[in-house]
Write a new protein. Structure first.
Length: 94
């Protein structure tokens, strides 16, 4: 899947309600989802590098998704997106 196809899929997921979603990067999606108290990601992508993951994360943030830049470590090549709920912990920091 190309980065443009990923962006289209992200736009279609949120349909102009971007603030209802959280985006982050990690090296372990399942661990991060547990920390956020979320059962599954609505979307997840394995990128080629941390820089590519950060670029896609920044795209999501520019649309209005919740999250923050600067997370993860050098192995963080996964981008995950989930719809926030009353039970999700959206401000979780490692």
């Amino acid at each position: 899947m190309t980065k443009d196809e990923m962006k289209d899929e992200i736009r279609n997921l949120a349909i102009n309600d971007y603030s209802a979603f959280y985006v982050g990067i990690t090296n372990d999606v399942e661990r991060r989802l547990k920390q956020h108290n979320v059962k599954k990601a609505d979307l997840k992508y394995k990128m080629r590098s941390k820089e590519s993951a950060q670029d896609l994360e920044e795209f999501c943030l520019s649309l209005g998704m919740d999250g923050d830049t600067g997370g993860g470590n050098e192995d963080s090549v996964w981008v995950y997106i989930y719809k926030k709920t009353k039970d999700s912990i959206d401000s979780y920091k490692d």
